[in-house]
Design a binder for this molecule. Structure first.
Ligand code: DGY
Length: 321
């Protein structure tokens, strides 16, 4: 029997590619060329499946131009690159990679919060520049993590994993805001209390953003929200670019409206707002929150298993539609 044809749209672990090649006619992109939407459509011709990452937009125009397509398996938990209603209407299955990255991403969120509060990037740059000549009582004095109040906006799996680290490991008071409130048992397990968004902004010493991107979440944190935060507060975004108004944040950091920020995601990434590159009180990382080798491998394997499950056995493991 002829194997189904699939496209692996970005470079992937060789072992995952080999696994896919056992089941499919695979067109790979191990040179990791970033295709334009038109090139992606061209490569998808005749393909029943696509292994995608957040950098491939799957929308109505692409679906109309790729009638053979049956499934797109995203190697990411976030899927704002998918127009899921359009995929459903076109009869195309959408899958993502939940759960396998939760703890790793929570570790990173915590690390970024600590690096931001304790001014690790700023002080390292100072040292590397040869500016460290003596000890001083207030040199790079930051803010405490232990015993402080952590605010979490978006309380899904990753938010909950961060809350547990904060409440049980660091003695933090954890408050959160989410579209829907967790049930009492889950709140107790996370050591977290539900508050309004306004209270979250006003009372957090460290505010972590972990909500999925949606048009409603666009610029959920802008100038007006930053103005409500404590001048000593830090803000960390490991969610998606576009949730924070990066221009407004750069301005707020420059004017010390808040103390510092840690960002792993950006509006229009991989481009970064030029003003963010010039303010010292921000830690910048290139969208690596889930990037440990075991976790990225687990994500790739789950995306591959979704393709195998759906195209060969009619059942995706982690469907979105
Ligand atoms: C995700 O899984 O959504 C991460 O942001 C990696 O793209």
């Amino acid at each position: 029997m002829k194997k189904p044809a699939i496209l692996v749209a970005r470079a992937v672990f060789p072992e995952v590619l080999a696994h896919l090649q056992q089941h499919f006619e695979v067109t790979a992109n191990q040179d990791d060329v970033l295709w334009t939407p038109a090139q992606l459509i061209e490569h998808l011709q005749g393909k029943q499946g696509a292994f995608t990452t957040g950098s491939q937009r799957i929308d109505a125009a692409l679906l109309a131009a790729c009638p053979a397509l049956k499934i797109c398996a995203n190697m990411a938990v976030g899927y704002n690159n998918f127009d899921v209603p359009a995929m459903t209407a076109a009869g195309v299955k959408a899958t993502n990679t939940p759960d396998v990255l939760t703890e790793t991403t929570a570790d990173f969120g915590f690390a970024l919060m600590m690096a931001t509060a304790r001014r690790m990037a700023e002080s390292e740059h100072f040292l590397r520049a040869g500016l460290w000549t003596s000890w001083r009582y207030d040199m790079f004095a930051g803010s405490d993590i232990h015993g402080s109040t952590l605010g979490i906006l978006g309380m899904g799996r990753i938010g909950q994993a961060i809350a547990k680290r904060a409440a049980h490991g660091f003695g933090m008071k954890v408050i959160y805001h989410n579209r829907s409130r967790l049930d009492a048992a889950l709140e107790a397990a996370c050591g977290a209390s539900y508050v309004s968004k306004q209270d979250l902004l006003q009372h957090s010493d460290h505010l972590l953003l972990v909500l999925p991107y949606s048009p409603e979440a666009h610029h959920a944190i802008g100038a007006a929200e930053l103005a409500q935060m404590k001048p000593t507060a830090t803000l960390v975004n490991i969610a998606r670019g576009g949730i924070v108004d990066d221009a407004a944040l750069a301005q707020a950091l420059k004017n010390h409206v808040i103390a510092a920020a840690g960002l792993d995601v950006y509006e229009g990434e991989p481009a970064v707002h030029p003003d963010l590159l010039t303010v010292p009180n921000v830690v910048l990382t290139p969208h690596i929150a889930s990037a440990t080798t075991p976790t990225r491998l687990a994500m790739a394997q789950l995306a591959a298993d979704n393709l195998v499950g759906f195209l060969l056995h009619g059942k995706a493991l982690t469907p979105l539609n």
